[in-house]
Design a protein. Structure first.
Lengths: 421, 117
């Protein structure tokens, strides 16, 4: 890649989301905005080597893309609605000459873009793909391979989503107060899903998965910053909580896989391999969030992970406090999986029998019957309690349900350890 | 943009509603116009439909008109009525759909109207 190509590529990678957000704002059409930006990048590759790189490359690209969009609309459309948009755009163009644009920074409309991409009227997998594509600047092949989906399927998913936004009239805006809370939650959910996909996926390219985690963390940073800028302060603590949570989990990435790719459980990890910088940042962010006195599920989960991060050795973990936090989380968002985690924490604090008593409540066992981690957790507590025969049965059940290769290897190992030879 | 809000409900269950439940439903639908007004949504039409036992399905195949009794598909919920609304965007249509009494026990499908310019 020559120097100019690199500048264009870097501008796209760093500023692509922002440029696209501004373009969609004026064009009100995802596909047109993307096509126009592609066109503008080609123009840049032709002209920058001759004319030099402009002082403000992203503003230059935005203006060039808008002109390209006008060209495309002129060529393509006779529809009245498009004519109307066309005359609006030409008007805008007159007002903002290229030279002036170079002095300006483009307005940051990414928050609108985030909310539109994560709109609940889109299918969840489409929201995830669209967010990564438009805000993360990940290419369609990159997203397809991160989610182990054939390229044509992913390409179609993205096209459908963009068309639904246009044809169903999904608004391009920051939602008004009465729905803001639930919409922000939907955005957090998508971001955390991207992170988890990167963190726990059993197969796929290690590098691409790493990128998903980094991207989720980057998105959460942007989100926290934009919510603060827009003075949507009620939503900021949870945005910071989500960011802190992902940093704290990600800090253990290097230690959670052994030399042969096998899964290493939290209590057996080499804690010196945890990323101190990420832990520090996560803890500072969490403290800041908690000071705002609007606790939410992400902050509580971050706090649980912070307690793990603070324990120098596994046996120093403050399980009593962790169990209490799971209790708080359970009241905020009742879920059988959280009940399971709480039971495990109580077992760690007060002994395996206390935990088993909680896990063996009939209602919980029934809901989590097909969840491999329920059986894995039960197996582990039975093993600790010395009830090896029952433990073996539970490990076998967990193995039957578990799809993840790494987790399977771990369960096999545990099963072998307690099986008579 | 114009949206058609299709109200789907379990019509078999509906036949077993008590007098009082039916009266409450009627009242709720009567109040709906003012609810829509509060949302600044323009109502362009809306009707309740007779139950699917009265429905007739028509298809033309090879030039022949085939007429059959009832709706085409066997589903748990049936189309029972609709509203045609003019809204600024999908969020407005969603807010309006949430006000329809049928949303509480059935579901509302929102379909943008295809406008031919």
């Amino acid at each position: 890649m020559d120097a100019i190509q690199r500048v264009v590529a870097d501008t796209f990678h760093q500023e692509g989301g922002r440029i696209l957000a501004a373009l969609i704002g004026s064009l009100r059409d995802f596909e047109l905005a993307e096509d126009a930006l592609q066109d503008a990048m080609l123009v840049a590759l032709e002209r920058w080597p001759l004319e030099g790189v402009p002082r403000n490359p992203s503003a230059w690209l935005t203006t060039a893309a808008r002109n390209k969009a006008i060209d495309r609309l002129r060529r393509a459309s006779t529809l009245a609605r498009k004519q109307e948009l066309l005359s609006e755009l030409v008007e805008q163009e007159k007002q903002e000459e290229l030279a002036e644009m170079e002095e300006q920074t483009i307005p940051d409309e990414r928050l609108k873009l985030i909310f539109t991409c994560c709109h609940p009227a889109l299918a969840l997998d489409a929201r995830v793909a669209l967010t990564l594509h438009t805000l993360g600047g990940l290419s369609t092949p990159e997203i397809a391979s991160s989610f182990l989906v054939p390229l044509p399927t992913m390409a179609q998913r993205l096209v459908r989503a963009k068309r639904k936004i246009r044809d169903a009239g999904i608004p391009y805006r920051v939602p008004p107060t009465e729905v803001l809370g639930e919409r922000v939650e939907a955005v957090f959910y998508v971001v955390y899903l991207v992170f988890n996909e990167g963190y726990t996926a059993s197969s796929g390219n290690e590098l691409i998965r790493r990128e998903l985690c980094d991207e989720a963390i980057r998105l959460a940073r942007v989100l926290a910053m934009l919510l603060t800028q827009e003075r949507l302060l009620d939503e900021v603590p949870e945005a910071l909580g989500l960011l802190a949570l992902m940093l704290l989990i990600d800090s253990r990435r290097g230690a959670r896989v052994g030399p042969d790719g096998e899964l290493v459980l939290l209590e057996e990890q080499d804690r010196s391999r945890w990323n101190v910088q990420q832990i520090q940042e996560g803890m500072t962010l969490l403290e800041g969030a908690l000071r705002m006195k609007r606790a939410g599920p992400y902050q509580i989960q971050a706090a649980i992970n912070a307690l793990h991060a603070q324990a120098a050795r596994a046996e120093d973990t403050d399980w009593t406090q962790i169990a209490a936090l799971y209790g708080v989380l359970l009241r905020m968002t009742p879920s059988p999986v959280i009940e399971l985690n709480r039971a495990v924490a109580i077992a760690m604090a007060d002994g395996p029998l206390r935990g088993l008593a909680l896990l063996d409540q009939p209602a919980l066992g029934k809901t989590l019957r097909d969840y491999h981690l329920f059986h894995a957790a039960r197996a582990d507590l039975l093993r600790r309690a010395g009830r090896l025969h029952q433990a073996r049965e539970a490990y076998l059940l967990a193995l039957k349900l578990c799809q993840n290769e790494r987790e399977r290897a771990f369960l096999q190992r545990r099963l072998a350890e307690i099986s008579p030879t | 943009m114009r949206y058609l809000l299709l109200i789907y409900q379990d019509e078999v269950a509906h036949t077993q509603w008590s007098e009082q439940q039916l009266a409450e439903e009627y009242q709720a639908y009567s109040n709906l116009d003012s609810e829509f007004q509060k949302l600044a949504v323009e109502v362009q039409g809306g009707e309740a439909l007779m139950p699917t036992q009265t429905a007739t399905t028509v298809r033309v195949r090879d030039g022949r008109t085939l007429t059959t009794d009832g709706p085409f598909a066997e589903t748990k919920e049936q189309l029972g009525g609709y509203y045609l609304l003019n809204c600024k965007n999908l969020d407005e249509a969603i807010a309006a759909a949430a006000k329809i009494p049928g949303a509480k026990d059935g579901s509302i499908e929102i379909r943008p109207i295809m406008e031919f310019e």
